[in-house]
Design a binder for this molecule. Sequence first.
Ligand SMILES: NC(=O)c1ccc[n+]([C@@H]2O[C@H](COP(=O)([O-])OP(=O)(O)OC[C@H]3O[C@@H](n4cnc5c(N)ncnc54)[C@H](OP(=O)(O)O)[C@@H]3O)[C@@H](O)[C@H]2O)c1
Length: 295
Amino acid sequence: MAIGVTGASGQLGRQVLDNLLQSGVSAAGIVALTRDPAKLSAYAAKGIVVRAGDFDQPAELQASLKGVDRLLVIPASDLRPGIRGPQHRNAINAAKAAGVGHVIYISTAGAHRGQDLFKSHYETEQALFASGLAWTVLRMGMYYDNLWMGGIAYALSAGVYPAVAPTPEGKVARSDVAAAAAALLASSGHDTHIYHATGPAALTPADVAAAIAETFGKKVDAVTVTQEQYDGGLKAAGLPDFVVDAIGGIEAARAKGQLDIVTHDVAYLTGRKALTLKEYLASTKHLAEAKAAAH
Ligand SMILES: NC(=O)c1ccc[n+]([C@@H]2O[C@H](COP(=O)([O-])OP(=O)(O)OC[C@H]3O[C@@H](n4cnc5c(N)ncnc54)[C@H](OP(=O)(O)O)[C@@H]3O)[C@@H](O)[C@H]2O)c1
């Protein structure tokens, strides 16, 4: 049985490939699809079949999916409104036309019709359910890893972790999403299931602030701000409007409790417990030290 992975050169995609190889899946039975096959030359050298795969090139994608039985669709990264929904529909249609039997889609916790980031996942799920293909959905929480994109640095310099409401949220390590996705690809019995990849506990902003404080030995307090102040901080950091809309939209969904879900699905699928935020931060603390050393 051949296993396909779209978006295979991304951070999540590479970790899925690594997990598949580590779990004993034959490299020759893995088809890694990416917009830029040259980026995966190290995986090709291990025997993985690397092919061109771009959601914006559906005919080429369909040809590249020939012979794939079970396909993981990793969502694309273009957050401009209206882009991802059609891209993901292209992937589903290409899979169907190529004779793929089963599609596993990585969606998001809280997928709903609202802000475009969530809507694109919601629409993809609906398209997959209606496709006639065997399907599995793995809804992921927001990565702990996102904290390294400014949240930790801001908390350590300003001593505060801003949030719009004290609502809890089920975050997760990217590595656990990858392990869960690889487990879904390498085993059967998951048809028509929706799983949630989350860490082991729901975290309030105060919990996140406390974990950062404990890891780095600095005082960090959670502070409540308005949505306007939150979005204003993102704008002040120089982010373009559509990114402010996406990140602000995540915070708005979190504040409403739409991301407040915790499951044991990572442990169920992988056989090992999902990382806690403190474990994740302890294992990545060197990133801050490396940044500090570089300055
Ligand atoms: N839950 C969260 O907190 C969170 C955070 C960040 C991102 N995400 C989502 O999860 C996805 C994977 O995360 P990551 O950490 O691996 O992000 P990443 O390293 O930025 O990877 C971006 C991904 O988008 C794919 N992509 C972009 N345009 C594409 C296209 N036209 N056709 C097919 N694939 C396309 C890339 O595939 P190739 O380059 O190999 O073609 C790659 O897999 C992201 O794309 C995003 O949708 C979730």
